[in-house]
Write a protein that binds this ligand. Structure first.
Ligand code: 6GU
Length: 288
């Protein structure tokens, strides 16, 4: 997978080189480019924003700067500033060393608004609190992408024509990571990149740990315990040390149902429940 990020704060994206993502880079499963938007500014002040038409507070990011930036990053013309992993370098061939052949003769597929989209185009993710909510399902789907570009807006956002025009070169998604407002998209990119990259096959190592993630079956994950069996007077739930795997599975399922019922009851509407699940939830509703 290739990730490119366009931002006016490139150093904000340094954590992409660390830990899990750094490992993915070392493994040759990921390459990352971070691009300073000001490199596409044309005036002597390197300005990237201007006052909004129609008045109002704040500044809007300029189309004449963003347009060429997204053109260059889509075509690979800006692919010179890759982040190295912070981990020791292994000198493996990198993903982007062997790509560059554009797919032809695509079949059109249907994008999120029911509009036909060329699936060979890169994905452009624009973080914005006005976007569709980012979910684990998005992370799973996007972990299969060849090339994802993130466009980080600051201030009051990017001139909407940039996003409309980018649809000629990208499959565009405007997404939010939650119902709160950040100063800019950079932290949202770190969040989404981590959620996506950990699902690339082989990056996390342990496939089961995906299957048991919160949300992968629509429920929250229950509590976990390790040694010692007793700590500060608190014992590990006895069933976990019983050696009875069927009982452990049943207990874990019930813990997931309980947590979801208590913390995110709205999620239960979208979950496949069997007879035992429904019975357990009925007990919870009756206050036990
Ligand atoms: Cl994706 N971007 C910004 N700037 N603020 C946010 C957000 C994204 N998601 C929630 N708040």
């Amino acid at each position: 997978m290739r990730l490119d990020v366009v931002t006016i704060f490139p150093e904000y994206l340094d954590p992409l080189r660390h830990a899990l993502l750094g490992k993915a880079i070392e493994q040759g499963k990921l390459s990352v480019g971070v691009h300073d938007l000001r490199g596409w500014a044309t005036d002597t002040h390197k300005s990237v924003d201007d006052s909004p038409f129609g008045g109002g507070p704040g500044m809007v990011m300029k189309p004449e700067v963003w347009g060429p930036a997204l053109d260059d990053v889509a075509s690979g013309a800006a692919r010179t500033t890759d982040l190295e992993s912070s981990l020791p370098h292994l000198n493996k061939p990198r993903h982007d060393d062997v790509e560059g052949v554009e797919a032809t003769g695509y079949e059109r597929s249907v994008g999120e608004d029911g509009v036909a989209e060329d699936p060979s185009l890169p994905l452009l993710i624009v973080p914005t609190p006005a976007g569709k909510p980012f979910s684990q399902a998005d992370a799973r789907e996007w972990s299969n992408e060849e090339h994802i570009v993130f466009a980080c807006g600051r201030y009051e956002g990017i001139d909407q024509r940039v996003i409309d025009d980018a649809a000629q070169r990208y499959r565009v998604r405007e997404v939010s990571i939650g119902d709160y407002v950040l100063i800019g998209g950079e932290v949202a990119v770190l969040v989404m990149a981590e959620a996506i990259v950990r699902l690339i096959p082989g990056v996390l190592g342990n496939k089961r740990s995906h299957e048991e993630d919160s949300f992968s079956d629509g429920l929250l994950e229950g509590p976990s315990y390790t040694k010692p069996r007793e700590w500060r007077g608190l014992a590990v739930p006895e069933v976990l040390t019983s050696g009875n795997h069927a009982l452990v599975d049943k207990w874990r399922r019930e813990q997931s149902l309980r947590r979801t019922f208590e913390r995110r009851p709205e999620l239960l509407d979208g979950v496949e429940l069997d007879k035992a699940d429904r019975k357990y939830l009925e007990q919870l509703r009756n206050g036990s």
